[in-house]
Design a protein around this ligand. Sequence first.
Ligand SMILES: CC(=O)[C@@H](O)[C@H](O)COP(=O)(O)O
Ligand SMILES: NCC(=O)COP(=O)(O)O
Length: 238
Amino acid sequence: MATLGVNIDHVATIRQARRTVEPDPVAAAVLAELGGADGITVHLREDRRHIQERDVRLLRQTVRTHLNLEMAATSEMVAIALEIRPDYVTLVPERREEVTTEGGLDVVGQQEPLTQVVQTLQGAGIPVSLFIDADPAQVAAAAKTTAQFIELHTGRYAEAKGEAAQQQELAILAQGVQQAKALGLRVNAGHGLTYTNVGAIARLDGIEELNIGHTIISRAVLVGMVQAVRDMKALISP
Ligand SMILES: CC(=O)[C@@H](O)[C@H](O)COP(=O)(O)O
Ligand SMILES: NCC(=O)COP(=O)(O)O
């Protein structure tokens, strides 16, 4: 049964809309944990469009479950991670122009530099997860970096149109989980999951944690964070 990492990026999106101090992602994390979150995920983007370094520093002191820092594999972000020391780091691709993450890391094409970043962080005691598509070559390349985890990108599943297409993407994800486990990788999953599409992913054997953000924050705006998290927990671990 998968656990739930709540991504609170878009609490910060509302704050940054006015460049002000509310709503505070730190307060949101407390409420998410009260609602049953098993972890808190934040994406400190190079362009700081939502989560700020201040948020990550305070969350390090206040998160009682575990803190997952999503970041690009840059020297700036590695230095921040080594200083703040999240419970784990998830390396994600980033493009300034993107509205949100568009795909997984190209580990195959960046094997050497990504392996260096993985070994720097894990050498400092910070486990690393690589956010990748469920592509066999990417899964194999991720294992070669010595990263302890992968996070399978569920965006194509979430965007699939119609039952057949969704079942096809689900089968690809299931295959990716099995390949990763056979290679000794621990497996998380996330991106684009919602209250209506999460069930089939939560039922995939071998996935440890689902990182879910936008849909939970969208519901929290209407019913409150505690209830929004409780509702998602009820779906992924009934
Ligand atoms: C990697 C991923 O899919 C998300 O966790 C990421 O945080 C999306 O970026 P935004 O939160 O900026 O939409
Ligand atoms: N890595 C996925 C994540 O943290 C949240 O993605 P989303 O649910 O906001 O699409």
